[in-house]
Ligand binder design. Sequence first.
Ligand code: LAN
Length: 729
Amino acid sequence: IDASVSEAPQTKKPKLSERTDHSKWRMLDEKGRQTWHYLEDDDEAKEWPQSKADKYFLGLPLGLPELTPAKTPLDSVKNGLEFFQHLQLPPGNWGCEYGGPMFLLPGFVIAWYVTETEIPDHIATEMKNYLFARAHPEDGGWGLHIEGESSVFGTAMNYTALRILGVSEEDPHMIKARGILHKLGGAKCGPHWAKFWLSVLGVCKWDIVNPVPPEFWLLPDWVPFAPWRWWIHMRMVYLPMSFIWSKRWTAKETPLVRQLRQELFVEPYESIVWSNHRNSISDMDNYHPKSWLLKTANWFLINIHIPFTRTNALAKAAEDWCWELIKMEDKNTDYSDLAPVNSPMNFLVCYIKEGPKSYSVQRHRDRLADFLWMKDEGMLVNGTNGVQCWDTSFLIQAVMDAGLAEDPKWRPMLTRALEFLEDQQMRENVDDQDKCYRQQRKGGWAFSNKDQGYAVSDCISEALKAVLLLQRTPGYPTLLEDQRIFDAIDTLLTYQNPSGGCASYEPTRGSEHLELLNAAEVFGRIMIEYDYPECTTAVVTALSLFTKYYPDYRTEDIKWFKEGAVQYIKNAQKPDGSWYGSWGICFTYAGMFALESLASLGDYYENSQYSKAGCEFLLSKQRADGGWSESYRSCETNTYVEHPTGSQVVMTAWAVIGLLEAHYPDRAPIEKGLKLIMSRQQPNGEWLQEAIEGVFNKSCMISYPNYKFIFPMKALGMFAKRYGDVELL
Ligand code: LAN
């Protein structure tokens, strides 16, 4: 197959400056679509003043008054709300940076470059600042995520991004980064996804990329490894990737591309035999080494399939079907796409298929802005197009748990939050749901917003709980009539796996053996949906709450669902009493959820060995200062590891909530934890950012900045409800 080559990217090089004027940035939130704007025009800036939330995100002073220091847990919650209310955005939701992963921004920058998309100077400048700020303090490289050690993936990709953004190869940051990159073996030792992007750019030759044949998508559905069975994030990434691979599409060579070929490799570019390095990978990137099966499959594809059986007709049929599916994904999400990995790839596919001036390309360009986030350190690419529904649902529940929802002071804030969730409920399934292998979503909620439109078991559940709780509280309107609640329940009830547990976006569709085909190297447990204690708990508790208000709707189904789910939670407990968490760090996060699941069917510390063991595990990790401090290393290693910086507010709140859910009888350790949380509260009511909280795919960490407000308030509130609002300090 010939390499097809595009026209030369004629895009002008961005003009970098030291920094932009942070007082000119504004975040616009249109019904949950969040985009950042740089107002260069002074008049415009005057007409659209910076909000408190803008200032907070940018690290600018808010000038909020000092509050009376809290002595009781509820005072602390009230002080927290006093601060947090200022961050509520006009449509009623909360938002925040959703950074952590360091492999997203380079995909955007490379995609912009090869599609001749102009990168505005203010964006280039601030992306440069973010990457400089987040370079590893010692070796100057970048890792998979902000707290990780430097890897080829992080370093080769972000180095390339910086060069495209206009940074000189002589810049001291770049010299240092090249040093570590070369030490790790250079870009030829990158993982699959890095080799893919660098081949698109023309810095590597396609021969270095292990095959991604789109023919996979032609397999009949019954085939045990057909892509529709994969975890949605993998199949939606490999979909556009396979289209581009099939075309061996490469951008036109530019002087910059020629320079990068000299900078990114240890040996002279001309001497590299690309096909010898398909499997070259540095130890720092090789979290999940390729299996024997995958290596054999690759050998077969390269030596048999591609030369002999991959006819042009087959390749074309596969590309055509992939293009069909890509168009459906774009249409169903209005070009937002599932996540910031597949969206720049779909963008590039549209560019290849439909050309630079097409609607699809323009709409993609527009939509990529939804992922960009501006903060004090500069501009980054968020892990999703926001955290809107998720954080808003949790905040409502935290205020409910504290018993403050009836306080007229918080009613306007909570009413707006309810209005937001009402607006974001997805009222219909996507068109041709079965054809594009989508899960039923009617009545559900997404993690971010309804534009993205992917329902997740726990996002539906948390939003539903928030809505049910508030709508049943005196003083709040009923915005969702019964049928809309039933729609949510009907969709939720489709999520249970035979194990009793629930996964994330869909029930599990394939066997765990598919992990043998995990080609991404840098992540673990990505090929299929798994059962998660977190997601399962969210569903169980939503169903319990629902039956309280609607005892007659699908009562039997719900009863069986809950029993199966709690049985799964029991089976998933490890011998030491812990549960492995997949979306927050790690045993502490999962422990909080699992103990809540158990409690929802009457299993508490006093009467259940499972609950008891769970509590004892948590207590065994409490530190002398009363806090908990699990590190992200737990996720990677499957064993509890302490964070070197000591107790963390969020972690402590999770542990305390778990103990309270389990009705742990001794107040002392709980009070000690809460005292630590209160001692970290600032005079204006806020808590400060500490270590990273979230995780995905075992190896990549992701920030949940609003957790430092939501979970401390929830823990304090739950305590006050149980034991009274007694003085703690
Ligand atoms: C998320 C964010 C939210 C998260 C929870 C709702 C917290 C979880 O309980 C279920 C799974 C889910 C929806 C989730 C799945 C994976 C996501 C989308 C992310 C961690 C945010 C970023 C990540 C996504 C895979 C990042 C892109 C990277 C790839 C490897 C494709």
